[in-house]
Design a protein around this ligand. Structure first.
Ligand code: AP5
Length: 216
């Protein structure tokens, strides 16, 4: 099965993609995580992407697409994947569609997580992140930080989770990414989910809607 996750920053794409991928035995491929790995390793791609990622803008399509095609060509993505963070604008969606058609493949579903803006801001500014294993945690202003429960590394906040950068990411989302909702709705594969609920409830809704597909 080939799934993509769409939704604003903080909607829970990564959280839900991780669970779905584990449940379905497919890789979770996150363009944001891939960029952060390149940034940390200071690769040439990381150096080129750095200023866009840290300021909350989109990395140019050519760089992003080359990274995505390379990842999707790996063996573990042959039978399917949960792709989180790509495509991110109509140009990427159309190029992706062309590639899929050329390979005689189709996307099964675009899972769209709809979440209120004040909740997005709360989640992103309260997010702490493990730079080692990339696990994320929610913290409050009263008890920030701490150590990763999986590997003990000191948690940090993402550069792009500062309130001003979050506002820019939301602006970029509404201008560039939100049109994908209509794009995939028109193709008949959009699965719209209320992402405001707690993590387990959102995961249940996605699971139920995908199970309805299978029973058809
Ligand atoms: P990316 O990492 O993809 O950032 P994003 O889309 O802004 O998504 P986030 O990771 O912030 O949020 P999410 O929806 O995954 O939510 P999460 O599950 O983490 O991209 C970063 C940057 O890379 C971009 O700004 C851009 O520069 C570049 N980039 C990436 N892809 C690109 C592309 N295709 N083209 C060009 N540039 C690209 O959850 C957030 C927090 O909320 C967590 O703390 C989580 O624990 C919590 N949470 C999740 N769900 C719930 C819930 N239901 N209830 C309560 N808390 C919850």
């Amino acid at each position: 099965m080939r799934l993509i996750m769409i939704g604003p920053p903080g909607a829970g794409k990564g959280t839900q993609a991780e669970r779905l991928a584990a449940r379905m035995g497919m890789p979770h491929i996150s363009t944001g995580d891939l960029f952060r790995i390149h940034l940390k390793a200071s690769t040439e791609l990381g150096r080129q992407a750095k200023r866009y990622v840290e300021s909350g803008g989109l990395v140019p399509d050519a760089l992003t697409e080359a990274m995505v095609w390379e990842r999707l060509s790996q063996e573990d993505a042959r039978e399917g994947y949960v792709l989180d963070g790509f495509p991110r604008n109509l140009a990427q969606a159309e190029e992706f569609q062309r590639r899929l058609e050329a390979a005689r493949m189709g996307l099964d579903r675009a899972v769209y997580l709809r979440v209120a803006e004040n909740e997005l801001m709360r989640r992103l500014t309260g997010r702490w992140w493990c730079p080692e294993c990339q696990a994320t945690y929610q913290r409050t202003a009263a008890s920030p930080g701490g150590a990763c429960e999986a590997c003990g590394v000191v948690l940090i906040q993402r550069e792009d989770d500062r309130p001003a950068t979050v506002r820019r990411r939301l602006r970029v989302y509404f201008e560039e990414t939100a049109p994908l909702v209509g794009y995939y709705r028109d193709r008949g594969i959009l699965l719209e989910i209320d992402g405001n609920a707690p993590v387990d409830a959102v995961a249940r809704s996605i699971g139920e809607r995908l199970a309805e597909d299978e029973s058809r």
